[in-house]
Design a protein around this ligand. Structure first.
Ligand SMILES: [Fe+2]
Length: 359
């Protein structure tokens, strides 16, 4: 494959206009801070079968680059020492906590304030470990640097910590960064159905999908992770009935190195971040560029004129979509189910952009 050298494909790091890198943290050292383990099982999208390991494939299961993996059982990435470093960084990051209609507490932009977080998200060993779990794709971090180690914070309330939704990035690792041994509720749940069918069920049952259709995800306690193709699985986090400390999860986001894969990275979810326009433009430019480069270095037979024109069209479309989304004449917004209003919410989209959704 032409796109298997992940180190050369990492999106460049940006400097935030408002934030500086903190100086009070240790250097990320994978020898000390990592101690990865394997999950006991992997669940494939195909029939949601549980297998001990995803079969190693030469390429993704579909020609459009889609992967076979749905989600994994719990496993670890960080060593105890790495986890302690992360917890210290979280204490500092929690000062930047925000909330909105959907999330009671969250922190973005740790990837602009912490060198350790940058290195953890971009660590080749982590990328290799997760890529191996998929069995068919090579992963790199999302181009949305504002979302490196996105932090979610949940408190004991009536409201779900997160509503039914699919992610705006293709793959995520969710790391449980708290002690939930005294917590009642706050459960990650998913529906093992195609997202369209899952959302049909969610609407049919007004959010209260019967238990037999829901798969609860168990973590192995603090510092354990679950990896999932969250863009292709409807999931939510239930409300916390009681707890002795907030529920904190750290979400690292990834995408495939394959530039032909179906686009699951969505600008709309991140558009309020000042860095989002450039991050998204870099993402789309990377796709268009890699699609064109593949003609030259993909190891194919010499392309015909029509094939070259088709590929140019593909790359031009990629850039046009980006331009129109940034202009606001198109939107890639993705809904979530608002259980209060019993409808699909849409992150407060403007009506003009709302009319022209592309998917
Ligand atoms: Fe999610």
């Amino acid at each position: 494959m032409a796109f298997d050298n992940i180190n050369t494909l990492l999106p460049p790091l940006l400097t935030h206009p408002d934030f500086e890198i903190a100086s009070d943290e240790p250097l990320y050292n994978p020898d000390i801070h990592l101690s990865p383990t394997e999950p006991e099982f992997i669940v494939l999208l195909d029939g949601y079968r549980h297998v001990p390991k995803a079969p190693k494939l030469d390429k993704p299961v579909a020609s459009n680059g889609e992967s076979q993996i749905a989600y994994t059982g719990p496993f670890r990435l960080l060593s105890d020492e790495g986890y302690q470093v992360l917890r210290k960084i979280l204490q500092r990051e929690l000062l930047h906590q925000q909330s909105n209609d959907r999330w009671p507490g969250f922190v973005r932009n740790a990837g602009y304030r912490s060198k350790w977080i940058q290195d953890f998200n971009r660590c080749p060993r982590v990328l290799e470990h997760l890529s191996r779990m998929t069995g068919d794709v090579n992963l790199v971090p999302t181009a949305f640097q504002n979302s490196y180690s996105h932090i979610n914070i949940g408190y004991a309330t009536e409201k779900n910590i997160d509503s039914w939704h699919c992610d705006s990035v293709p793959y995520v690792v969710i790391l449980l960064a708290c002690d939930m041994s005294q917590t009642v509720g706050g459960e990650l749940q998913l529906i093992e159905r195609e997202p369209k069918e899952a959302f049909r069920l969610i609407e049919e049952y007004k959010g209260k999908v019967p238990k037999d259709l829901i798969r609860p995800i168990d973590y192995l306690g603090s510092n354990s992770c679950v990896f999932m193709q969250g863009s292709r699985l409807a999931h939510r986090v239930t409300n916390i009935k009681s707890c002795t400390e907030p529920r904190i999860t750290v979400v690292n986001s990834y995408m495939s190195t394959n530039p032909f894969t179906t686009e699951f990275t969505r600008y709309d979810t991140f558009r309020k971040e000042v860095t989002a326009d450039l991050e998204y433009a870099m993402h789309k430019t990377w796709r268009a560029n890699a699609q064109m480069l593949d003609l030259a270095i993909g190891g194919h037979p010499w392309p015909t004129r029509d094939q070259i024109i088709d590929r140019l069209t593909m790359a031009i479309n990629e850039m046009n979509v980006c331009r129109e989304i940034l202009l606001g004449t198109k939107s890639d917004h993705i809904g979530y189910y608002d259980e209060q209003k019993q409808e699909i919410g849409n992150y407060e989209m403007s009506s003009s952009a709302n009319d022209k959704t592309i998917n």
